[in-house]
Write a protein that binds this ligand. Sequence first.
Ligand SMILES: Cc1cc2nc3c(=O)[nH]c(=O)nc-3n(C[C@H](O)[C@H](O)[C@H](O)COP(=O)(O)O)c2cc1C
Length: 214
Amino acid sequence: MSTLTKLALGMMGRLRPKPAKGEGAPTIKLPPSRKEGGAPLMVALSQRRSDREFAPRELSLQTLSDLLWAAYGVNRPDGGRTAPSALNAQEIDVYAALPSGAYLYAAAANMLHLVAGHDVRSVTGYQDFVDEAPLDLVFVADHSRMSLVPAGQRESYASAAAGVISQNVYLFCASNDLATVIRAWINREAIADALGLSHDQQVLLSQTVGYPKS
Ligand SMILES: Cc1cc2nc3c(=O)[nH]c(=O)nc-3n(C[C@H](O)[C@H](O)[C@H](O)COP(=O)(O)O)c2cc1C
């Protein structure tokens, strides 16, 4: 769908998901993430960049597991995560919009839970590449987990936490020859609707991931 069409549909409140490609399983048990491999950190930092052209090739479940763990997985026995959060509120939820449906990443269980049995990818941003890239992540803040954070600071703290998660994704991609771009040019209302979010949940950013086109 073109950007202009999306903008028009968005203005009319009619930017909606497409039918899913295949039947999304209600839950997906991810394979254990690999904690080795990929390019070293300094090489990944040298190669980090935003890409906006993606091949349609799907990501394997193993790559998805590795990517989500790098993004915001549990990396310590006490439940600590690969990205920090103010007062350890862990207020960010990572949603994965796949061709077969949209899923919530359950980090502790290393599972995906289906939240929408549609192809939500085209709703995750105005730019046309989001429709065909194999994965669009959505970072959502759950304000109900931030009761210890002063109300006036909640949005900025959550945005900072989402930014760190995004950089984890950037570095994973740079380290594994994947392409990615973080996106704020999104229709937050349409995404919230498509994912069935509650009033406590705030859509912050989306990030496309896939194989580079060339
Ligand atoms: C908060 C934020 C929002 C962004 N939103 C978008 C966006 O909506 N669409 C897009 O194509 N790129 C977006 N970008 C990516 C920037 O355009 C990109 O990082 C910048 O051009 C520098 O390029 P580089 O990432 O390759 O260094 C965003 C970046 C940040 C940090």
